[in-house]
Design a protein around this ligand. Structure first.
Ligand SMILES: CC(C)(COP(=O)(O)OP(=O)(O)OC[C@H]1O[C@@H](n2cnc3c(N)ncnc32)[C@H](O)[C@@H]1OP(=O)(O)O)[C@@H](O)C(=O)NCCC(=O)NCCS
Length: 323
């Protein structure tokens, strides 16, 4: 059986770090409120010359370096983003060009904060279906460009950044001991579309728009949706929470992460938390968290890793893989 095995990973962050205290003169808020309600302490904010394409390119180059590969080795780029450089063409194609890659194919995937999980599951299908052998999966976002900086209930929550993985086809035994993607579950339900959305777009207002969110409503649904899709993934793989080495959840809010891990029975020391460093970077949050836990030596070859995300739509999903 063909498996999609992780060969390398990388990340890129904007130069500028914005601390919670930096909001204090802009909106009525405090470091204490933000830390207590969300766990966020700082986020990176892109300068004019830092875009979803430039951050995505930097993360992709880092992932290729760690895989010991060059763009010539890649035949597909999937970019998860909700903040593309342009309405079209796909920013994935721009990254392809920046990498000097003129073969293969590239496209964007739009599932907001669940984008990276959707993209890994999709890359795995392309690999197992024989349409690609080596795939760059990137999550890159510049949410700072779509925030309403006068709305304290949203502007403090998000940050910019990018992360990437290189996946490669490898023959596996079809067992849970194989390396690579082992199981995935994806969900969406558009009935919730007004709870977290951007109030503009090419076909409606003709503008880019700003992010709007009913935070309490999102919070109310998050833990149930996350735990349901993870339990479905455990069922598909025939494992339990005890078998996991690492849980790498979407980094939106420390309280949602803690409540989900507790409900699933995942020990606190197995949970990778980077929301304090990056805020919510939407589709970049899972690969950024992976990059931190790989760099500090926590995630190692052979570890069983669960990725999870939930976001606007609503969309939600989980991917189980052996690193
Ligand atoms: C946004 C969130 C942190 C707010 O926390 P909360 O405990 O639900 O807070 P509430 O929305 O009930 O607001 C409580 C009060 O804090 C205020 N408040 C909101 N943002 C604030 C801020 N940045 N600083 C200070 N006060 C703030 C609200 O106006 C409200 O005041 P009121 O009671 O006078 O109306 C929380 O709802 C949340 O994390 N939701 C999920 C968001 C998320 O993860 N989205 C992304 C999913 S991909």
């Amino acid at each position: 059986m063909i498996r999609s095995v992780v060969r390398g990973n990388g990340a890129a962050l904007p130069r500028r770090i914005m601390k919670n205290a930096d909001f204090e003169g802009m909106v009525e808020t405090s470091d204490e409120w933000i830390v207590q309600r969300t766990g966020i302490r700082q986020r990176h904010v892109a300068a004019d010359d830092e875009t979803t394409a430039s951050l995505g390119e930097a993360a992709a180059r880092a992932a290729l370096d760690s895989a010991g590969m060059t763009p010539a080795d890649i035949d597909l780029i999937i970019l998860a983003t909700s903040t593309p450089n342009n309405t079209f063409p796909a920013t994935a194609v721009e990254i392809q060009n920046r990498l000097g890659m003129h073969h293969g194919f590239a496209f964007d995937m739009q599932a907001v904060c669940s984008g990276f999980v959707y993209a890994v599951a999709t890359a795995d299908l392309y690999i197992r279906g024989g349409l690609a052998k080596r795939v760059l999966v990137i999550g890159s976002e510049t949410f700072s460009r779509i925030l309403d900086w006068s709305d304290r209930s949203t502007c403090v929550l998000f940050g910019d950044g990018a992360g990437a993985l290189v996946l490669e086809a490898e023959e596996g035994a079809g067992a849970i001991t194989d390396r690579g993607v082992l199981a995935a579950s994806l969900r969406s339900d558009g009935a919730h579309k007004d709870k977290l959305f951007v109030d503009g777009g090419p076909s409606t207002t003709g503008t880019v728009g700003h992010l709007r969110m009913e935070g309490r409503e999102v919070f109310k649904h998050a833990v149930g949706m996350i735990t349901d899709v993870i339990e479905a993934t455990f069922g598909e793989a025939g494992i339990t929470a005890q078998d996991l080495d690492w849980f790498v959840p979407h980094q939106a809010n420390k309280r949602i992460i803690d409540a989900s891990a507790k409900k699933l029975g995942i020990a606190e020391e197995k949970v990778v938390v980077t929301v304090d460093l990056h805020g919510n970077t939407s589709a970049a949050s899972v690969p950024l968290a992976l990059s931190v836990a790989v760099a500090d030596g926590r995630i190692k070859k052979g570890d069983l890793v669960l990725l999870e995300a939930m976001g606007g739509g609503f969309t939600w999903g989980a991917v189980l893989l052996r690193w």
